[in-house]
Write a protein that binds this ligand. Structure first.
Ligand SMILES: Nc1ncnc2c1ncn2[C@@H]1O[C@H](COP(=O)(O)OP(=O)(O)OP(=O)(O)O)[C@@H](O)[C@H]1O
Length: 275
């Protein structure tokens, strides 16, 4: 396992946002984080990236507690693309992507062929080679998103964390990005809202509800009609797709489940692990 989280808990304002979450992500595999709005996906990713300290629990990278790793060593390994990533300076696309090489450089080393190759490859993989000289501020929302993903790839991480990376992307680029993520040899943890995309492109899924893990397993094991009803408050039918052999969810019209509290149903408790 490359990232292992053990009983992570994070609170703010008297509220437990991440509640005893454990997970293990395998090298070369895509772990999808799913859950309703406010279920704690972004907060969990920030803990995994070392941007926040948990109140309880640990995150280990190949056995090493990230709380004991320096910022630079962590940045050489882990790249995180946040949901609302922004770049304030007036930079060209290629300059934003070059920033990804920062953790690999020392004050004495110049820009190397390896740096240039990593940047070129990241631009190519995200389809941005022809936009490399354009100003970041002149890009569309989707192009900006791809630029931030290119910057993360240029970092050549062993763990890539992506928070809703398909936001702002048109359908061609959503599918292209998820194909790219599933082809990478690094460990990927990606939060998604599109359950059918998660079923198609993730190897495993972790479902969060109110900060707690309520299911963990392969898409087949996890994406059941009862889970969709209980966690996401929707009525749906799940079939195995004849096209890709993964689960495909058909949402039923007028199929939202009414709740007395106006919220999604309470977690399936205790956590269902299909492991
Ligand atoms: N810094 C903070 N201060 C106060 N509340 C916070 C903070 N960070 C997160 N929260 C709260 O924690 C809860 C979980 O937020 P988080 O962004 O992790 O959820 P999410 O699953 O990523 O949501 P979404 O799907 O809407 O992006 C939310 O209710 C949010 O308001």
């Amino acid at each position: 396992m490359s990232i292992v989280a053990d009983h992570l808990t994070w609170r703010i304002g008297g509220r437990t946002v991440v509640d005893g979450v454990s997970l293990a992500a395998e090298p070369g595999k895509v772990l999808g984080l799913l859950g309703p709005n406010g279920s704690g996906k972004t907060s969990l990713l920030r803990l995994l990236a070392g941007l926040r300290r948990p109140h309880q629990g640990t995150v280990r990278l190949d056995g090493a507690d990230i709380a004991r790793l320096g910022r630079r060593s962590l940045a050489r390994r882990v790249a995180f693309v946040e949901q609302h990533a922004a770049t304030s300076a007036d930079l060209k696309v290629i300059d934003v992507v070059r920033l990804g090489r920062f953790p690999h450089r020392s004050p004495f080393s110049g820009w190397t062929g390896a740096d240039e190759a990593a940047v070129d490859e990241a631009l190519r993989r995200t389809g941005l080679t022809s936009k490399r000289l354009e100003r970041w501020h002149a890009l569309s929302g989707g192009e900006r998103q791809r630029t931030h993903i290119a910057r993360a790839l240029a970092q050549t991480p062993t763990e890539l964390l992506l928070d809703e990376p398909t936001n702002h992307l048109d359908i061609q680029h959503q599918i292209g990005l998820l194909q790219l993520v599933s082809s990478l040899s690094m460990t990927c943890i990606v939060s998604l809202h599109d359950l059918n995309h998660a079923a198609m492109f993730c190897d495993r899924l972790l479902i969060l509800d109110r900060g707690r893990v309520v299911a963990d397993g392969t898409p087949d094991e996890v994406l059941t009609e009862s889970l969709l009803r209980e966690v996401f408050a929707v009525e749906a039918r799940v079939e195995t797709s004849p096209h890709h052999a993964r689960p495909h969810i058909h949402f039923l019209p007028h199929g939202t489940v009414r709740r007395d509290d106006g919220q999604t149903p309470r977690s399936l408790s205790p956590a269902r692990s299909a492991v």
